[in-house]
Write a protein that binds this ligand. Sequence first.
Ligand code: KDG
Ligand code: MG
Length: 392
Amino acid sequence: MHSASDNDWSAITTADDLVGLGDATVNDRELSVASYLRDHIAPLLIGRDPVRIENAWQYFYRGAYWRRGPITMAAIGGVDMALWNILGRRTGQPVYQLLGGRVRDHVTTYRHAFGWDLPALLEQVDEHLDAGYTHIRVQSGVPGLDTVYGVSRQEAYEPAGRAPRPTEETFDADAYVRHVPGLIAAVREHVGGDIALLHDAHHRLTGVQAARLGKALEPSNLYWLEDVTPAEDAEALRLVRQHTTTPLAIGEVFNTVWDCQRLIEERLIDYIRCAVVHAGGISHARTIFALASVHGVQAAPHGPSDVSPIALAASLHLGAATHNFAIQEYMGYPDLVHEAFPHAWTCDAGVLPPGDEPGLGVSLNEDLLRSEHYETAYPPVARRRDGTLTDW
Ligand code: KDG
Ligand code: MG
């Protein structure tokens, strides 16, 4: 490779001037990854053969004494995506062809509906139904709380607010667990039996609270209950598993196969939610999903608006070629983001075709990006009523 990250954008340029884009964004820690790339990876890319993608992955993972963690793995992930992108452009093939070709006609997606109360929530649910979506994540406010993570009184794309420090909100797990089953039952009644409903608890419950919630949600027949306990606590999930048949999804905060090995091998979850960007790129997400396939667990990557159109493209190419890839989260982007990252993937009536352009099929509108500037944004911090922090 000729140069890497020597402009403002995360691009790798080969000696014969092929450019590969990657995404290495870690929401609210963006600059740490930028430093990791600039200071520790870019100098070591120079002179490497861009075709040896697996070799580069192994070098950056095993060659570093300090391994794993979101910053390291996102940096490796960004490089890996860019190298797959380059290989596609060099061979004139979309990345899904290089991964073995399509196993499915399209990748199914789910959208977010949120509303402070039931009428507001149903309004958004209806908009998604009218647009042809069949899978909808539903989140709402909770009586007695002023704010709830991911639910805004206004329209919003991402819970992270642009500010020099995180806002704080109060969370009450009992109030939440009391409220959610009735709310989702009302949504189920509204949409009928054929629509898949999902819900995200954002890691904030104990095992017992989560088990109660899962049980109470059984009549609503959820597609999944997500992040119901802190992801790193396998025994909490085991407790939930023992008490409910509500399907469980977890893993958006995992970065390597070793983070989720136990959950997958012991079948404590139904869906593994690692994102290509945060889990070491296409090469390593493929390893995770392969382990999952052996144990009856399906892939369902994270895809909020802080996962860029480049990383989404990488996920869709992998999804097209991965048998146990169930669904891709797609939160949507503001218009500015679509303009900044022109992309071949499309979103139409609940499906996300990756497009057939060589590589990942995403480019950068550099003029537009140059006119924007970086601002710190943080998701809120949540405290219980006594002031202690929630797990997240
Ligand atoms: O940065 C945090 C967001 O990506 C997260 O809140 C979104 O939980 C989330 C989801 O499932 O999309
Ligand atoms: Mg989530």
